[in-house]
Design a protein around this ligand. Structure first.
Ligand code: NDP
Length: 329
């Protein structure tokens, strides 16, 4: 078995020397435990945001789809696939059940109905539920409203924009390359796209939101979000999902948003997707249904090989992915 351990806390963009792959010999499976073999690993922005919480020498954090190969726990039978927060490792021994510090318990993947198992790390897993609950419950979109999504071509953003279309909204996606923009508009049927690297970003945002913005789903924070907030209508709703623009550089100032917040009486609400853990499978089943009906499309950027996990993570942090970033073992 192999795992990544922390050698040095990240400083800026993670470096290949910050983590180290080590071999480990696992003990025999005891009563109540099972052994799971990783099939897909997830690389997600939160791993950068929370990387400081992993002590030196410990296994780096992360969720995976794994196959149960040995079991002495009847709730987790051999042959089933689970999604579990086992970290970046090829094999894990677990008892399942709830984990410490509010992390979700290990869940057995429901019937994929012919869809790839990797989707349980993306559109049929945590990112899909983030989009489903974080957008619908916090933004409460109404037909005809204007919705702006930042980080629009990523795992969460690409789903949020499509759900907004399903709900009859006008959708503008913000992302960092024109190729991503083409995918959003041509394939996912977003109404418009703006590249945040375009020097005319502010003018374009203004031009494309003649009636202002009613809902903003924020994945990035920073300057982009200050600009969108400035276009918000009264009583607009903002779902603060993440702020990836500052994960590698904590000194980046969030931008002065308070003026718009106060004088437009905006509702801005932060959340963590596990607030909806009791409705977890509702999100998964609804997103699956929308995929089957052709209403939700997805993309994955797949990197092959456990030893390339850190590279896949850094690529994702730099925008190398379209849709969900995944590592296939
Ligand atoms: P993505 O698939 O969107 O991947 C990250 C993307 O961020 C990159 O592809 C890149 O795209 C973009 N990015 C990187 N740096 C910057 C920058 N400086 N400014 C703007 N965009 C940047 O990741 P996820 O969909 O998994 O996550 C999106 C956000 O949602 C993150 O902030 C994450 O922390 C948050 N999140 C929050 C959850 C919650 O419970 N609150 C749960 C899950 C995710 P580009 O080419 O467009 O720059």
């Amino acid at each position: 078995a192999k795992k990544y351990i922390v050698q040095k806390q990240f400083d800026g963009l993670p470096k290949s020397t910050d983590l180290k792959i080590v071999e480990e010999e696992l003990p025999p499976v005891k009563d109540g435990e099972f052994l799971a073999e990783a099939v897909y690993l997830s690389v997600d922005p939160y791993m950068r945001a929370l990387s400081d919480t992993v002590p030196i020498g410990e296994t780096f954090l992360g969720t995976q789809v794994a196959k149960i190969t040995q079991s002495k726990n009847p709730d987790y039978p051999v042959g089933k696939y689970v999604v579990g927060p086992f970290g970046w490792r090829t094999h894990a021994i677990s008892t399942g059940g709830p984990f410490a510090s509010g992390l979700p318990k290990v869940w057995i993947v429901p019937d994929p109905e012919g869809l790839p198992l990797s989707l349980f790390l993306g559109i049929l897993g945590m990112p899909g539920n983030t989009a489903y609950f974080g957008f619908l419950d916090i933004c409460k979109p109404k037909p005809g409203e204007t919705v702006v999504v930042s980080g629009a071509a990523g795992a969460v953003g690409s789903i949020v924009g499509q759900i907004a279309k399903i709900k009859g909204c006008k959708v503008i996606g913000i992302a960092g390359s024109d190729a991503k923009g083409k995918w959003l508009v041509n394939d996912l049927k977003f109404d418009h796209f703006i590249n945040y690297k375009d020097p005319k970003f502010t003018e374009k945002l203004e031009e494309l939101t003649p009636k202002g913005v009613d809902c903003y789903f924020d994945n990035v924070g920073g300057q982009i979000s200050s600009e969108v907030l400035h276009r918000m209508n009264k009583q607009g709703r903002i779902s603060v999902c993440g702020s990836i623009s500052s994960y590698n550089d904590r000194d980046v100032k969030a931008g002065v948003v308070q003026y718009d917040m106060v004088f437009k009486q905006l509702k801005m609400e932060g959340f963590v997707v596990y607030e909806w853990f009791d409705r977890w499978f509702e999100g998964i089943e609804q997103n699956k249904k929308w995929i089957k009906e052709g209403k939700l499309k997805y993309s994955e950027t797949v990197t092959k090989g456990f030893d390339n996990t850190l590279k896949a993570f850094v690529d994702m942090l730099q925008g190398g992915n379209t849709g969900k970033a995944i590592v296939q073992l």
